[in-house]
Ligand binder design. Structure first.
Ligand SMILES: [Ca+2]
Ligand SMILES: [Ca+2]
Length: 208
């Protein structure tokens, strides 16, 4: 959702600020200046809306919420007043790669580093790449399983997208595939962009 002001033709609020308030009155999410957030840019493309100026004072936020009643509250930051337009979009359901922790449709260096961390899990001195579904909160819902040996094939409740042969271990070939997604470029700029694609080893393909 986003609250526009500066981009309105006349009388727009110079600096809109947006809050999403839940039925208990708590702020579930808020934003003042959207600042060119890549996740917002990707979501804007997905819903087919016009992109905002990255340096504008417009506010936008992307939030997955539990079912319930919510109130969107738009105020003028820095005591600004004027008209606003509140826009709310429902993102189409899509599959995200397990590596894509912030679900922006791109594999960032930080996200790739997390997969390398799982790849580097060892049992004693032997690298196994063993992982399990996490029992505590982790960024991607998985955790390293150092008890796993290379002789074992684990049956997990769900598998990391990188684990294409579903044996509970991240192998070098599987890591290489994530690096391929990370290395996706648009022209000379690395974007790490990927999309769902049936029939590939991991159900995804590089590109947009
Ligand atoms: Ca990402
Ligand atoms: Ca594997």
């Amino acid at each position: 959702m986003r609250a526009l002001g500066p981009s309105l033709s006349t009388g727009g609020l110079a600096d809109p600020r947006l809050e999403l308030v839940n039925s208990a009155g708590s702020v579930a999410a808020s934003n003042n200046d959207w600042a060119g957030d890549p996740a917002i840019t990707a979501a804007t493309t997905l819903v087919g809306a016009a992109q905002l100026e990255a340096t504008s004072k417009e506010s936008a936020l992307l939030k997955t919420v539990a079912p319930g009643s919510y109130t969107a509250l738009v105020t003028g930051a820095n005591s600004t007043t004027g008209r606003t337009r509140l826009e709310i979009y429902a993102l189409p359901a899509r599959e995200f790669h397990s590596a894509d922790v912030n679900r922006d449709g791109r594999v960032s260096l930080l996200e790739l580093t997390r997969v390398i961390e799982l790849y580097n899990v060892r049992n004693g001195t032997t690298r196994t790449g063993g992982y399990s579904v996490a029992t505590t909160s982790t960024e991607d819902g998985f955790s390293g399983a150092s008890e796993r040996t290379n002789a074992e094939t684990a049956t997990l409740a769900r598998y990391h997208s990188a684990d294409t042969n579903r044996d509970g271990r991240i192998a070098l070939l599987e890591l290489t595939r994530v690096i391929e997604l990370y290395n996706q470029r648009s022209g000379t700029t690395r974007t790490g962009q990927y999309k769902p694609q049936a029939g590939t080893e991991d159900g995804f393909s590089p590109g947009n």
